[in-house]
Structure formats: structure tokens, C-alpha cells
Design a protein around this ligand. Structure first.
Ligand SMILES: Cc1ncc(COP(=O)(O)O)c(C=O)c1O
Length: 480
């Protein structure tokens, strides 16, 4: 019987590497021997193996990988949990594919990550978008109101599932997830939650409650974002009594995940589960006192304000008279690298410290941040993104949010495109939440926000030519 003190996958790989193995199998780096990369990377490659006898198989787990996934489910109170080696992206795709068929409706919080919209395209789903409320604290779109989800379900009773994002990238948590879960279940719908930024929820107050504990059926978490896991390493949990079948999700994960899943990533997931499952109240006290010192030190810097969102692992910094992008660049010149910036602010993801991991470089950090803010000097940028002037609404799309084919679309100066229909996605990145989706009207509000982002130097993904101010719009007028 295994316990949360163990790391079955890590142990399996450690034992294997110690057996002085000879490799006549893939991968071609042969336990790291043929690589030209530095020693630190070569060392890790001794764990980068494949489905050899005794090393189990993520796609048909029976040994240590199965044991590690069972420990994961037990740690999070799930019915079944899966290791994801291709990020929360693959989890979002799988849960959407498992919940609906082409042409079927699905209710989606509009400020979702692009992977959710990609899932809708792959599934051929017809989304019903529910706008979020504006979160003034983080100056960003927040959660959806329960009343609006209820209205969407009443209007579109044929919908197959509801997909929410909780928390937001900015650390804003939904105050009414439990109520929404009850509404969904009352209507016979599963609630799917993209909790990419909340793998650490569940360690107790002041951290918000996890979506799983609040009744979500399926939850996807990027372990790599907030736990000590390697990039891409993520979890998918299926709740006890879930309205969406775990085997269906497993079926799609089998298609979406590589047939050669990375063993170092699986070991890292095993380690991340071990980390969070053994996080004690004393660890929490250590983290909170580190955070308190950080907030105090940063708040004492002239011209800088510190905003504390719902998730204590996140902080927002705002520099008077400067955009978040300018602040981020000034910090990078001091070798302080933040998670994302927008026209208003810079977002920090703090380390989820444990006892014995106290950060002793705080004074150095404050000095560097002070230098960065001083280097910016006085500024005149307003930074504010400002609340949209429209109330949150429900919008049903006529098809999946897919790129419109070439003949039916044209490039256009975005400033002149008000009233046209977008033919492509325009995605400020990070956070990766599409500002425009194919099929959506280009409103004056969207143009204002796009302009604001561009002026602040934000990077964009999607299909666009913003270097020459152009976006792709449908040739047909909205009335046609
Ligand atoms: C809300 C949200 N969901 C999903 C993802 C995708 O996560 P991953 O990078 O683990 O694929 C992200 C990534 O930034 C995200 O912010």
C-alpha cells in the first residue's frame, strides 16, 4: 500500500538509472551519452527513457505510473486523476472532446484560454458564450455570475456541458462556483473547470477552495504553473460521482498525448503531487510570512503600488504613470523577471515556499525593484484598462470559433473595422485569452482595448497583421 510520502515514478527511474543500463532503444541520446548539452542536462537524460519492461506505460498504466496517478487522485480527493505531459492544453481539449459531438452546444465562460476555444473547434461544438464580470481589483475580466449561467442553461437546454475558468490568470477566484455546480447538476450538465492556475488550491485558507471541492466534475490544472513541476507537466482530475465519464476522457487523452510521453515530466508530476500532499500548516506559515515581507518591502518603494488578488500566490505591481509593460522591461533590466504584463500592471507568481526554503535575497530584490522604478522616472501613461461599458451578456455562436476560409475574408485596418465580423483570433499573449474570435463582431470597445494593448507593446498570437495594424474580417457585412 503506497503512501503520500512516496514518489513511485521518481523511485522507479532512480533505480533504473542506477542499474547502469545499456541502451539499444529510443530515445537516440542513449541515456544522455550522445548529447552535446551541458552536464546538468545530460544527467537528467538518464531518466529520459521509454516504455521498457518494468517502467510502466502512461497509456496503459499498471505499475508505478498507475500507483502515482492513484496517489494523485487520493491527494486531491478525486475519483480518478491523470498525468498530462502536454500541459493543461491537452486536458482542456480532452474534456471538451469527451463532453460533446459536432454541432452540439456547450456553455463557455468568454474569458477562457485559447486552448478552450481550440477544443471547441476540434470538437465542432457550437458555443454559447457567457461574459464574465469585470474585476476592478485586478483590472481584468473575472468570474461569471451564477444567474447568467442559469439563464444560458434555460435558453439553451440542449447544451452538453458548462466550462468555466477558475481562478483567472490574475488570481481572481470565483465566489460562486459551488452555486454554479449545483445549477449545472440540477440541469443534468457536467461542470468542467480550467483550473490551470490553481493546482495549489486546497492547502487551506487564505488560499481559495479548489474547484473540485466546490463540486466541479472535471478539473484541469497546470502543475507547472504554481507547483514545483517542469513546464508542460499538468493534472486532470475527474470528481467522485462525475457526470462526465473518466473512461471517455482517458480515450481522448490517449489520442491527444504523445505515444512517447516524457518520463522526466511524469517524475516531475509525481514530485509535485508529493510536494503539495505533504504541505503542512507550518509550511503555510513560512510562505505567508515571506509574502508579508515581500508586500511590505515592495509597498515601501516610491511610485509603486502592490495589489493582492484572491490567490495569495499572485501579486500585481503598478508603477505610477507607466504601463505594466514598461515596468516589466525595467524589472528585466535588473534581472527580475515577472510572469506577464499588461497596459496597467505586472503580474508576479510567488514561490510556494516550504519550511527551510526561506528566500534570503529579499533585500537585494527590493533594491533591484527600487532601481527599476527609479529608472522609469515620472510618467504620464494612465495604464488603466477600464471596465467595459456594456453589461455581461450571453451570445450563442452559429458554429465553432474557427478561422474563416480565405475567399470570404479580407485584411483591414483595425481602427476602421467597427461593425465588421472578425474572421480570425487575435490573442494578447500572455494571458492567451482571445480578444477577438472568428465570427465575433468587432465592436468599438474591442478596438479600444486592442489599441490600448498595442500602444503598451503587448505581444499577440493568432492570425493577424498587427505590425501593419490589420486584422482579418469577414467580407460579408453582419446583416448579410
Ligand atoms: C487559464 C489557462 N488555461 C490553460 C492554459 C494552458 O496551460 P498549459 O500551458 O499547461 O498548456 C493556460 C496557460 O497559460 C491558462 O492560462
Amino acid at each position: 500500500m503506497s503512501s503520500q510520502a512516496q514518489r513511485p515514478v521518481a523511485k522507479m527511474l532512480e533505480n533504473f538509472a542506477e542499474s547502469n543500463p545499456v541502451s539499444f532503444h529510443v530515445p537516440g541520446h542513449k541515456n544522455g551519452e550522445l548529447t552535446g548539452l551541458p552536464e546538468a542536462v545530460r544527467g537528467m537524460m538518464t531518466w529520459d527513457v521509454t516504455e521498457l519492461p518494468g517502467l510502466d506505460d502512461l497509456h496503459a498504466p499498471e505499475g508505478p505510473i498507475r500507483e502515482a496517478q492513484d496517489l494523485l487522485a487520493a491527494a486531491y480527493g478525486a475519483h480518478r486523476s491523470f498525468f498530462l505531459v502536454n500541459g493543461s492544453t491537452s486536458g482542456n481539449l480532452a474534456m471538451i472532446l469527451a463532453s460533446c459531438r459536432p454541432g452540439e452546444r456547450i456553455i463557455v465562460q468568454r474569458n477562457a484560454h485559447k486552448s478552450v476555444f481550440h477544443g471547441l473547434v476540434l470538437a465542432g461544438a457550437h458555443p454559447v458564450y457567457v461574459d464574465p464580470v469585470w474585476d476592478p481589483a485586478t483590472q481584468s475580466p473575472g468570474h461569471t455570475e451564477a444567474a447568467l449561467i442559469l439563464e444560458a442553461i434555460r435558453k439553451y437546454p440542449e447544451a452538453k456541458a458548462v466550462i468555466l475558468t477558475n481562478p483567472t490568470y490574475y488570481g481572481s477566484a470565483s465566489p460562486n462556483l459551488r452555486e454554479i455546480a449545483d445549477i449545472c447538476h440540477g440541469a443534468g450538465l457536467p461542470l468542467l473547470v480550467d483550473e490551470a492556475h490553481g493546482a495549489h488550491f486546497g492547502i487551506g485558507a487564505p488560499f481559495p477552495e479548489s474547484s473540485l471541492a466546490q463540486g466541479a466534475d472535471v478539473v484541469v490544472q497546470s502543475a507547472h504553473k504554481t507547483l514545483p513541476a517542469m513546464t508542460m507537466a499538468s493534472f486532470l482530475h475527474v470528481a467522485q460521482g462525475s457526470m462526465l465519464d473518466a473512461d471517455r476522457i482517458s480515450h481522448y487523452l490517449g489520442m491527444l498525448q504523445s505515444s512517447s510521453p516524457s518520463y522526466p515530466l511524469m517524475a516531475s508530476l509525481d514530485d509535485a503531487r508529493h510536494y503539495i500532499a505533504n504541505y503542512t500548516e507550518e509550511d503555510l506559515r513560512v510562505f505567508l510570512s515571506f509574502r508579508k515581507a515581500l508586500v511590505k518591502g515592495m509597498s515601501a518603494i516610491d511610485g509603486l503600488s502592490v495589489i493582492q488578488p484572491d490567490d495569495p500566490l499572485k501579486l500585481l505591481l503598478r508603477a505610477d504613470g507607466h504601463s505594466g509593460n514598461a515596468l516589466s522591461e525595467a524589472l528585466a533590466r535588473e534581472s527580475v523577471h515577472i510572469e506577464l504584463s499588461d497596459p496597467c500592471q505586472a503580474l508576479l507568481v510567488l514561490p510556494l515556499l516550504k519550511k527551510g526554503q526561506n528566500d534570503d535575497r529579499l533585500q537585494e530584490l527590493f533594491a533591484a525593484v527600487r532601481r527599476a522604478v527609479q529608472a522609469l522616472g515620472p510618467g504620464t501613461e494612465t495604464g488603466e484598462l477600464a471596465e467595459p461599458d456594456t453589461q455581461p451578456t450571453i451570445t450563442a455562436a452559429e458554429g465553432p470559433p474557427d478561422l474563416q476560409p480565405g475567399e470570404s475574408s479580407e485584411w483591414m485596418d483595425y481602427q476602421k473595422s467597427e461593425g465588421r465580423i472578425s474572421a480570425a483570433s487575435v490573442i494578447p499573449y500572455p494571458p492567451g485569452i482571445p480578444l477577438l474570435l472568428p465570427g465575433e463582431p468587432v465592436t468599438g470597445e474591442k478596438i479600444r482595448v486592442l489599441h490600448h494593448y498595442l500602444t503598451a507593446g503587448t505581444m499577440f498570437q493568432g492570425t493577424h497583421r498587427l505590425g501593419t495594424q490589420q486584422i482579418l474580417v469577414s467580407r460579408q457585412s453582419p446583416e448579410a
